[in-house]
Design a protein around this ligand. Sequence first.
Ligand SMILES: Cc1ncc(COP(=O)(O)O)c(C=O)c1O
Length: 396
Amino acid sequence: MFETLVRVPPDPILSVSAAFQADDSPDKVDLGVGVYKDEHGKTPVMRAVRTAEQELLAEQSTKTYVSPIGNTGCNTLMTELVLGSDHAGRKADLSLAQTPGGSGALRLGAELLQSARPGATILVSDPTWANHIPLLGTVGLKVDRYPYYDPQHPGVLFDRMLGHLDAQPAGTIVVLHACCHNPTGQDLTPAQWSEVASVVARRGLLPFMDLAYLGLGEDLDRDAASVRLMARAVPEMLVAVSCSKNFGIYRERTGVLIALGAGAERAAITTGHLGRLARTLWSMPPDHGAAIVQRVLSQPALRQDWMTELSHMTRRINGLRALLAEKLSAAAGTDYGWIGAQRGMFSRLPLSATQVGFAREQHRLYMPPDGRINIAGVSPANVDRVAAGLIAAVRS
Ligand SMILES: Cc1ncc(COP(=O)(O)O)c(C=O)c1O
């Protein structure tokens, strides 16, 4: 039977990691997959996470099943973190499910939408994270795009984006990167978020917010501000939250899907559907990461330490952005200040796939073919080489 299967094209991001591993040059720099790296190029286990794990190991008395919607403590604490003080007023409207990462939350959300409105249209930004369309588009929803980013004059095509959303029929689903837009790093300003929320509310669109980098743009509150604003503007929305990057627990596969509806009765029905759908997808989400998140967020000393380490990581990324922008501007003789003003792990350089190949062959810089770079792959030790190689690629 398997002879009917045809070869799948390599994953555009994961194949960069494989090529990087296979290169034995000491000069190679990994600007590919979106993981945080410290000053030694390592992706560390965070202090509070390590402590929580040790405590769990000592105390956990059973490994029995949890439930299809997972660890409810983790779900509630993450939702409080995302919605802030608004959470209290909307408790009755919430349906929550723990998921295998933010990817699982996106998938579960898409399945829920397909159950509620089969074949509905779901819009993603152009460009968007490479896995959005595969995750959201294979459940039966119709995926389309809205204009978002102008690579030639780096910035948001805001008027075109807003005009496009304003022309959509009610019930259209709109995926919005809540902060740290992937792959561009270009976020909306608070004023632009207000305008988007007004259009979404007025047209009766359903926002599906992807919050994969909470705390890694500015800080926890400012990064969640777009979600809080939207939650105040609309009766219904979905939020896919990832704990991968901000807790550094990528492989533990931890995320939460938040569904905000109108009223307790609807919320209970929605929760029932989330459980049913999770049962058909993965039955139960993995527990370990969620148990860590619950412990870190519920114990004041661990929570404080986690927040301190997270804000150190964020300051480091933003410092590297400023440094890279300065070095690129100097190497190119033109202004790359926009890289310093963007947020999150990524920026996208105006490079063709051929120029990306040139950067790899000639300068040992590894990035996906769309020219997205992981800022955390830059360090004070390699920034001169990275800047020179990138500018050589732009000019090639
Ligand atoms: C925009 C975006 N959404 C969601 C995710 C999902 O993250 P994970 O499934 O690893 O939690 C990622 C990860 O790279 C992402 O960049």
